[in-house]
Write a protein that binds this ligand. Structure first.
Ligand SMILES: Nc1nc2c(ncn2[C@@H]2O[C@H](COP(=O)(O)OP(=O)(O)OP(=O)(O)O)[C@@H](O)[C@H]2O)c(=O)[nH]1
Ligand SMILES: [Zn+2]
Length: 348
């Protein structure tokens, strides 16, 4: 079959939004506030009244009534341009210019297409804000049904693997997996000898460029990564899953936006909410999917995160034991770790 599947169309739509191209979803033309050029915005405006959709989280900060619950549709005033849209979508200047309103939000009507638009923007790791207009789709735009693809299939397939001697353990292998719908690539690192007849010492690590590569003191990711590999080497073997879910799934650009908000006094969770994201946008089912592909059905999971534990059980991977993982406490990350315990239920 040569025509694209719904998942392939969604992949295309994510790419379109990232390059600033509108997409047609149901009866709407939608574009990302972050990437849309002023000329395209003017073209959309010529097609009808513009509406800006933000997530319910962002609406809370804006004090805009979210009649639709998880999202709010804000009527765009006739004289509002790209700067106005950006100011409503992006919390960077909330404190300096707190009044974005008064914002008039819409109620009633079917919001399925808008919800799909926001899900696509999030999946594209853009600010979760889409501007749109009810209009027939011009030729050439990617078209999705209103329901689009909101939950992405997590079907990573192994594409390559090779031996990589590591300082943690010389007998190690790196496997590269690719999500079949054009999503990210994720890595599984087999360290030492992995005995599948017993629960395997396992770590689900989410990418943290700042912590893993740069040695940031703001979080504990880098030390956790190295402590996990050292523990696996000491145990004779283990599996490290390196999931490309930077910034708890919001991407590095949004994580830097969150860090900037943290410097304005908000904690990790508040910063995510002000940006319009949930506390944690990761889908941990991915990790269970990778383990199954690796033939691992029972793990000793190195984590303090209860969501990782419950997800494993729900996805049919037995957690024979939770192994606490504490490493790299610094004065700079103490508050971040406190918030994990206080707000995200992290275990000691
Ligand atoms: N959005 C956001 N993400 C952050 C922040 N600090 C760290 N991260 C990300 O949080 C993730 C940390 O993930 P994990 O190492 O799996 O940590 P965890 O969920 O606390 O679970 P365990 O370490 O297993 O207990 C990485 O993707 C980091 O990039 C932050 O302030 N905001
Ligand atoms: Zn980190």
């Amino acid at each position: 079959m040569l025509s694209p599947t719904p998942a392939e169309l969604a992949a295309r739509a994510r790419a379109d939004l990232r390059v600033g191209l509108p997409v047609a979803v149901g009866g709407l033309i939608l574009a990302s506030v972050e990437t849309l050029a002023a000329e395209r915005l003017a073209e959309m405006r010529a097609a009808g009244p513009l509406v800006l959709a933000v997530s319910g989280r962002r609406a809370e900060t804006l004090k805009a009534r979210a009649y639709d619950g998880d999202l709010a549709r804000i009527a765009v005033p006739d004289d509002a341009g790209s700067d106005w849209l950006r100011a409503v979508a992006d919390p960077a200047d909330d404190l300096r210019a707190p009044l974005k309103g008064p914002l008039r939000t819409l109620r009633n009507g079917d919001v399925t297409a808008w919800r799909t638009g926001l899900a696509l923007a999030k999946a594209a790791q853009l600010l979760p804000a889409v501007v749109g207009v009810e209009a027939p789709a011009p030729a050439g735009l990617t078209r999705l049904p209103a329901g689009g693809v909101t939950t992405r299939p997590m079907l990573p397939a192994e594409v390559a693997a090779a031996r990589v001697p590591l300082s943690a353990h010389p007998a190690s292998r790196v496997h590269v997996f690719r999500e079949e719908d054009g999503g990210g690539e994720h890595y599984a690192i087999e360290i030492g000898m992995v005995d599948r007849a017993r629960p395997v010492l396992t770590r689900l690590h989410s990418a943290c460029f700042t912590g893993d590569v740069l040695g940031s003191l703001k979080c504990d990711c880098g030390p956790q990564l190295h402590a996990a590999m050292a523990a696996m080497a000491a145990a004779g073997g283990g599996v490290l899953l390196y999931l490309n879910q930077e910034g708890r799934g919001i991407g590095l650009a949004n994580k830097m936006r969150a860090y900037d908000l943290q410097d304005q006094g908000f904690d990790t969770v508040e910063a995510n909410h002000r940006l319009g994201f949930e506390d944690d946008e990761r889908d941990f089912r991915l990790g269970a999917g990778l383990l199954r592909q690796l033939g691992i059905g029972s793990v000793r999971l190195m984590t303090n995160n209860p969501r990782k534990l419950s997800m494993m059980a729900a996805q049919g991977v037995e957690v024979a034991e939770r192994v606490p993982l504490h490493a790299g406490l610094t004065p700079e990350n103490a508050a971040y770790l406190d918030v994990k315990r206080a707000k995200s239920g992290h275990l000691e």
